[in-house]
Design a protein around this ligand. Structure first.
Ligand SMILES: [Zn+2]
Ligand SMILES: [Zn+2]
Length: 202
């Protein structure tokens, strides 16, 4: 299993990095698990610009297909989303845009998000709370989530066996599977340590 959460990547030890070098960047290990791949800051920046252009083109095609206006607000929302990392809710997105001096209405934020989700450029999650969470999805590796029911921390992981199950179930039940949603809920190590400290005060 492979953790794809950024804070995890930032705390990797030199031993991990050596192991990655051995496995080869972007390759896969013998067990079929994808190796960790951390592009340099410079190559990451180029990657993101190219990706943003691709995403914009796809979005333009979608708007044209639906006969919707290609407004500057819609593209500004798309850019804001692709500039963010991790999960966010509508209010965070709206606040982020306001902070950067971008004038958009809440209604436009909501309906643009709906369009992007419909097109598969953004994924929408329900992590056991009322407010939906979103994240960019085009060109990003498929992943699933583990959610702490105490502190609501969300950790991402990637395990190719899940894709295998999806394919197998689709074949077995004669479904063309389009996407899946898998959330695991539990209590994280930090919350369990805090609970233990509370029940055994020194
Ligand atoms: Zn927790
Ligand atoms: Zn995620």
């Amino acid at each position: 299993m492979h953790l794809v959460n950024k804070s995890q990547a930032a705390t990797r030890s030199p031993a991990d990095l050596a192991e990655e070098a051995e496995q080869g960047v972007g390759g896969s290990s013998e067990t079929g698990y994808a190796a960790k791949h951390t592009p340099s800051a410079a190559s990451q920046a180029t990657l993101n610009t190219d990706k943003l252009e691709e995403v914009k083109k796809l979005f333009t095609a979608h708007l044209e297909n639906k006969g919707l206006r290609k407004t500057g607000e819609r593209y500004a929302i798309l850019e804001e989303i692709y500039a963010r990392s991790g999960h966010f809710d509508v209010e965070e997105l709206y606040a982020g845009m306001k902070e950067r001096g971008l004038q958009v209405s809440r209604a436009t934020v909501y309906n643009t998000l709906d369009l992007l989700v419909e097109q598969g450029l953004v994924s929408k999650h329900q992590f056991g709370r009322n407010l939906a969470q979103y994240e960019k999805s085009y060109g990003y590796r498929q992943h699933d989530h583990v959610i702490c029911t105490e502190c609501h921390k969300v950790v991402e992981f990637c395990d190719p066996r899940i894709h295998g199950i999806q394919t197998m179930v689709g074949d077995l039940l004669n479904f063309h599977i389009l996407h899946h949603s898998l959330n695991l809920y539990g209590i994280c190590g930090d919350c369990r340590a805090q609970a233990a400290a509370r029940s055994n005060p020194a």
